[in-house]
Ligand binder design. Sequence first.
Ligand SMILES: *[C@@H]1O[C@H](CO)[C@@H](O)[C@H](O)[C@H]1NC(C)=O
Ligand SMILES: *[C@@H]1O[C@H](CO)[C@@H](O)[C@H](O)[C@H]1NC(C)=O
Ligand SMILES: *[C@@H]1O[C@H](CO)[C@@H](O)[C@H](O)[C@H]1NC(C)=O
Ligand SMILES: *[C@@H]1O[C@H](CO)[C@@H](O)[C@H](O)[C@H]1NC(C)=O
Ligand SMILES: *[C@@H]1O[C@H](CO)[C@@H](O)[C@H](O)[C@H]1NC(C)=O
Ligand SMILES: *[C@@H]1O[C@H](CO)[C@@H](O)[C@H](O)[C@H]1NC(C)=O
Length: 511
Amino acid sequence: MGVFIFQKTLMMNKLFSVLFFLIHVWILTRGDAEVSCQLGQSCILPCSFTPGDDPAIHWIQLTLIKAKVHSYHDNKDHWVHQDQRFRGRTSLFKDQISKGNASLQLTGVMVQDEGRYQCFTSTITHKNTSLLTIRIECEAEVYCQFGQSCILPCSFTPGDDLVIHWMYWKPTQAEVHYYYLNKDHLEHQHQRFRGRTSLFQDQFSKGNASLQLTGVMVQDEGGYNCLARTIADKGGRCFTMKVYAPPQKINMKQTENQIICSSDGIYPEPDLSWSISPPSSRTFQNTTRVQETEELLYNISSSLTLSDGEDDLDYICTISTPSNQRRASWRRGPSVKIISGEATISCSASDSSLKGFSLVWSFNQNQMIVTKKEDDEQRVSEEWKQHVKDVSESGRLTLQHLSADHEGTYTCEVSKDEETNITQVSLSPAEESNNPHVTIIIVLTVIGISAVVIALVFFCRRRRRNAQRKAAEVSSVASNTEIILNRISEEAPADYGAVRNDQEQQAETTL
Ligand SMILES: *[C@@H]1O[C@H](CO)[C@@H](O)[C@H](O)[C@H]1NC(C)=O
Ligand SMILES: *[C@@H]1O[C@H](CO)[C@@H](O)[C@H](O)[C@H]1NC(C)=O
Ligand SMILES: *[C@@H]1O[C@H](CO)[C@@H](O)[C@H](O)[C@H]1NC(C)=O
Ligand SMILES: *[C@@H]1O[C@H](CO)[C@@H](O)[C@H](O)[C@H]1NC(C)=O
Ligand SMILES: *[C@@H]1O[C@H](CO)[C@@H](O)[C@H](O)[C@H]1NC(C)=O
Ligand SMILES: *[C@@H]1O[C@H](CO)[C@@H](O)[C@H](O)[C@H]1NC(C)=O
């Protein structure tokens, strides 16, 4: 029985502690009133109560350890237990307390003031607790490029006894840079900022408390606060710093029946979209993959499955972040043949000048042949020096001394600003009929054969004419003979036929 009661109380205790915890969570999370305060300004935290005798007012900040902000009872303020962070910065509206106004005025608002506050009031008859949350307004945004150095701006009214305190305060607090008594005090600097911060001391007299941060990382993103205090000024500035790493270069290449579009080291997370030009109503199968790198940047890659036999389409890949966009297009150009060791490959359909563009010709998607920068500076790779004959203003590449080893794909990449156009051309050996030597041989052969045929025809005609002439001669002889024979035939008609047949046979054989 005793054991049972013991277990029961244990259970009750557990139940109570769970309940207590839930109530605590509820108090901490229920929707409070919110007050926005400007950094460095003064701010009123509203609170009211039912007026009564012997009022007491206690303001508490609900941080991990509760901090006493302001206490009032027995008709006066009590400072003994006030947290030092609030020293000299709080006041009540004394003339309003009797009317049930327990609002607190807080001056020189700091980022550390952000959070939840409790206003506890009591009179002889009533007790009340209300909660509110202070948000520090930091609407300003500063953008810093990944890997670069960045100036975080802050200014103040110049004066003596300068103290500059740079804090990182969101999402967690960390000391960035502290300057007072005319020098830097970096003992408590967070290790993430070690060796990366500096102030422009020569600019202090101009009220410039800007901080230079080098080697910007994604982890540096967040809320910053600059407090620059002199005897004259208690100013400050807070802002949200955002890191960006725009897509630097888009790679596009073909593998079997797919086109891969990719770009590395982008921040924030990019979007990738495909489009086809001229626009097509059909959709192409495509899949995109995003990977986060160790530096918290993003690598993005997408593959688009090609359709067969649609050669003259441009496949356009666009990679974008909220602040930047880059585009690349890929197309297959008409294939080109090597003719007596030479070939000319066009970079684009149009013949317009590429002045001010950058150009790269490469072989089999990895071997660089020639690059031409925006300023027209041209560089040919060592391996291709003897093969590159000319690169025209429109990017047309003329190659020489080519062999079968040079068959393959040639890729031309033209870039300007945020756009790259890629043309891929395949180079193949010449077909027989296209070789001039073969052509000459064929032409000569044809001419030769024709000559022989013409000669033959001419010869035959002549022989026929000769034969006809002979036949005519023979027949005139024959007619003469006929007259003679006719005369003879009167005497011997039987023989005539024989002679005539003989003569006709003779004429036929001569033909
Ligand atoms: C207690 O405080 C809340 C919030 O300020 C207020 O709405 C409510 O009327 C107060 N109750 C009494 C009894 O004063
Ligand atoms: C309390 O008094 C101050 C100063 O007069 C006023 O600004 C504030 O609105 C009052 N607050 C309430 C809750 O009455
Ligand atoms: C502070 O000085 C730096 C370095 O000369 C300069 O780049 C920056 O623009 C200045 N900032 C302000 C707020 O004057
Ligand atoms: C890429 O795929 C999506 C769906 O996965 C589709 O909506 C889109 O049209 C495709 N893009 C092209 C260019 O076909
Ligand atoms: C992202 O790209 C970089 C540069 O190409 C490469 O070194 C890195 O391994 C890639 N990371 C991931 C997670 O794919
Ligand atoms: C890429 O091609 C498009 C369309 O043909 C053209 O308008 C654009 O100027 C080209 N851009 C570059 C960098 O060659």
